[in-house]
Design a protein around this ligand. Sequence first.
Ligand SMILES: Cc1cc2nc3c(=O)[nH]c(=O)nc-3n(C[C@H](O)[C@H](O)[C@H](O)COP(=O)(O)O)c2cc1C
Length: 209
Amino acid sequence: MDFYEVLEKRRTIRDFSDKEVPDEVLEKILSAAFKAPTNDHLRQFEFIVVRGKENISPIISPVAGNTKNIQQAGLEAAANEMDKDEHAMFVSALPKQQRMLLQSNCLVLPFFRQKDYPLCKPADQSSLNYFASAWAAVENMLLAATAEGLACAFRIPIGNEPGHVKQLVHAPEEYEFTCFLAIGYPAENAHICKQKEIRTEDRIHKNVW
Ligand SMILES: Cc1cc2nc3c(=O)[nH]c(=O)nc-3n(C[C@H](O)[C@H](O)[C@H](O)COP(=O)(O)O)c2cc1C
């Protein structure tokens, strides 16, 4: 697939079929992480791959409860203030947070080494370099998965989720995890949210904003 076709095709898909992702394809996708730029040149990424609903369930156990709280608190109230495409995305995505992670049956937990400052207590923008590098690696994986005909959905951990996951998988103290990354073959009728249309030329400013 041509690079620009991959860019166009990469979309967040939260409905998966039950076709298994072969190990060798998954390894190719994870290899893409190590081709991303990293702030300290070291690419200190580690992956936990979890397959089987009986193994995924305990890892994502806080997700349903945490998501319900956001849904109840925010979505209806926000309907009038939010952009309508944004609102439609949240309406579609929130009820699927737990299901998508289970349904893919291939949950990847990408970990990165966080040094110098705690992730949630940065001293300045550069303290977030490890986090930024980890996300560059995630984007590479999303694109590689797309090139392989696969789809991804991910959830940013909230509340007690990072601590819960780190403890269950025995992650070393100095490693943080980026997101819950579900990789799988899209379901036949998979829903894809309408992407916001943006004219690049409107966002390019010459010399000053
Ligand atoms: C930083 C970041 C956080 C996100 N968090 C979540 C999330 O917690 N759950 C989810 O289902 N999607 C999440 N998404 C996916 C977005 O909803 C999605 O990328 C966006 O709606 C645009 O759609 P597209 O990926 O199909 O282009 C996140 C995306 C980014 C970049």
